[in-house]
Design a protein around this ligand. Structure first.
Ligand code: SF4
Length: 155
């Protein structure tokens, strides 16, 4: 079993599959990362699917039973379904996403083994189903927590 510096058991891991994102949130920083807004093509420094899966196979031997995939925006990885399909069966699989690309891929991700999704966006929206102007605030993306803020610029 793995333990952190305070003696607590490590039962889950979080893997950032990419620094890239299709958004440009005002509070999201990219210092030291270059321009994380693009390109949308895979980048050389990202872990390959086989390396991600091998890492998970190793930590499984140390009783890690949960993995959460994050980014950037993890759905920019075209091989996300293959990565999820390769996660050891003993692990619970979740993902944090801004949700942009869920339509059209959600079913395949579920088939691959994805069990939970956190959709994280900071924006005010209107409840269209009721026509009510009540704003709904959703949570910030996890990408914001590891980056300091930068000014927004048009795409
Ligand atoms: S906060 Fe999240 S959604 Fe926004 S730009 Fe950063 S990684 Fe993308």
């Amino acid at each position: 079993m793995l333990e952190d510096a305070h003696g607590r058991a490590v039962s889950g891991v979080r893997i950032s599959l990419t620094d890239r994102c299709n958004f440009n949130c005002v509070y999201c920083h990219n210092e030291g990362l270059g321009d994380t807004r693009g390109p949308l093509d895979p980048q050389d420094e990202e872990m390959e699917a086989a390396d991600v899966i091998r890492f998970l196979e190793v930590v499984e031997e140390y009783d890690v039973r949960k993995v959460k995939f994050t980014g950037g925006e993890p759905m920019l990885r075209s091989d996300l379904e293959a990565i999820i399909a390769g996660v050891p069966d003993s692990m619970e699989v979740s993902m944090t996403t801004n949700g942009t690309y869920l339509p059209g891929r959600a079913a395949d991700l579920k088939t691959a083994g994805l069990q939970r999704v956190n959709i994280s966006r900071t924006r005010w929206t209107v409840r269209r189903s009721t026509g009510s102007p009540s704003p709904v605030r959703t949570s910030r993306c996890s990408g914001a927590s590891r980056r300091p803020s930068r000014p927004a610029s048009p795409r």
